[in-house]
Design a protein around this ligand. Structure first.
Ligand SMILES: Nc1ncnc2c1ncn2[C@@H]1O[C@H](COP(=O)(O)OP(=O)(O)OP(=O)(O)O)[C@@H](O)[C@H]1O
Length: 208
């Protein structure tokens, strides 16, 4: 097997001939694409086709089976894992990460406002509803100053107003030179420069 790499950093996201095998199955092969600062890419395709795997691979959490990837040095992955201490009120849970990221209290306040969660700052995260938890995940992403945002179903559980608010924040990120790669079954209210439609492959066995 030709082991792939996820190495190098730049202002751009460049994926070269990426392939991914999981559980003995080829999910995708020879995927090549690039996103420039200010550009957004949409990952589409049916359940289980490998969208989340591709995001994790670009985040550096999975190794490609073949190919390589050059990514901005700072990247944030927002997926269904809630990396916040559920026993803490939201503002304290976010402050924990702010300290590690070198952000300050004003950044925490701004991230909560952008996620529409200012009124829940003092509520323990464990009491949050489905949509509020999703907005808390997004607030954690907004708190980073990562150039590349990797968003896995960012609109899951959001009401109409929250989807619109998400669109505003995503557009701000692009306008500031950020890059977004998002997997979403729900239409997101931003323009995409690139759509990658992943198709199920026939092979049941890895043969890379
Ligand atoms: N840790 C793992 N080990 C083995 N196989 C895995 C692992 N995680 C995911 N898979 C498999 O990889 C395939 C792709 O999963 P992935 O979550 O990337 O799909 P997806 O396109 O994001 O799907 P969805 O639209 O349902 O979110 C699935 O068949 C899944 O069972």
């Amino acid at each position: 097997m030709n082991q792939g790499q996820s190495t190098g950093s730049s202002d751009r996201l460049v994926a070269e001939a990426l392939s991914c095998v999981r559980g003995g199955r080829i999910l995708f092969r020879d995927l090549t694409f690039a996103l420039e600062p200010g550009q957004a890419g949409l990952l589409a395709g049916p359940n289980g086709v490998g969208k989340s795997s591709l995001l994790r691979l670009i985040a550096g959490l999975l190794k490609p089976s073949t190919g390589s990837c050059i990514v901005p040095e700072t990247r944030a992955l927002c997926d269904d894992r809630l990396a916040l201490d559920e026993h803490l009120p939201l503002d304290q849970a976010l402050r924990f990460w702010a300290k590690l990221d070198g952000s300050d209290d004003a950044d925490v306040t701004a991230a909560m406002a952008r996620a529409g969660l200012s009124h829940l700052a003092e509520v323990p995260v464990r009491y949050f509803s489905t949509g509020q938890r999703q907005r808390a995940r997004l607030a954690r992403t907004y708190l980073t100053d990562a150039r590349l945002w990797l968003l896995d179903e960012p609109a899951n559980g959001l009401d109409t107003d929250s989807v619109a608010r998400l669109g505003t924040v995503l557009q701000d990120h692009l306008d500031n030179g950020g890059i977004i790669l998002a997997a979403s079954h729900i239409p997101l209210p931003i323009g995409f420069d690139l759509t990658l439609k992943l198709e199920p492959l026939e092979e049941l066995e890895a043969c890379l």
